[in-house]
Design a protein. Structure first.
Length: 190
């Protein structure tokens, strides 16, 4: 079984380095171009279906890619970006400033500490929903080739899952690969 993961194209908030989380932001002009580039990259591949986050930026990317694939697109809310609560809309610089008074925000990607400061979805809860999604599709679509269109944050637990990295060892996701907007990454599993 092969699973291809694509991160949605750029939004204005990506360009401004703002935390989007689950706020439903549209692709910008550059994001549409990135989705078209992803479409061109996968057009000669054979997939069985596309599964997309229901957030506009991911679904629009899936629709653009599907212009050449003509497949069923299934939306699954478990592929939504991690909820960042009251931090959504803040820039990365504002988060660093906030961390001076609230250092716990630095640990939001630490699995053991399981921080959910300021309404942020805890990493344990987030990883659980992504892992449940992966367990289900691997069982349900065994032997298929699936294209997933999702978000940068969702890629982190996917990477851990497919590389058998125990969640309880993750103190931070720095150093792990990150998906760029419109990038396609392939995972193989048995």
């Amino acid at each position: 079984m092969e699973i291809f993961v694509t991160r949605h194209g750029q939004t204005d908030w990506n360009a401004e380095e703002r935390i989007q989380g689950q706020i439903d932001i549209e692709l910008n002009e550059e994001g549409i171009k990135q989705a078209e580039q992803a479409r061109d990259l996968v057009q000669n591949e054979m997939y069985d279906l596309i599964i997309s986050s229901p957030l506009k930026r991911a679904r629009k990317t899936a629709d653009i890619i599907n212009q050449v694939l003509n497949l069923e697109i299934i939306e699954d809310a478990r592929l939504m970006e991690r909820g960042f609560g009251n931090s959504e809309g803040l820039t990365k610089a504002e988060i660093r400033e906030l961390a001076k008074e609230h250092p716990e925000i630095i640990d939001v990607w630490n699995y053991k500490r399981n921080v959910s400061y300021n309404g942020i979805e805890s990493f344990q809860s987030f990883a659980k929903r992504v892992y449940e999604f992966l367990d289900e599709i691997i069982s349900k679509y065994k032997g298929k080739r699936i294209l997933i269109v999702s978000h940068g944050g969702v890629f982190a637990p996917m990477y851990l899952y497919f590389n058998n990295i125990p969640l309880e060892t993750v103190e931070n996701i720095k150093g792990f690969p990150k998906l760029k907007n419109g990038e396609v990454y392939k995972f193989s599993c048995k």
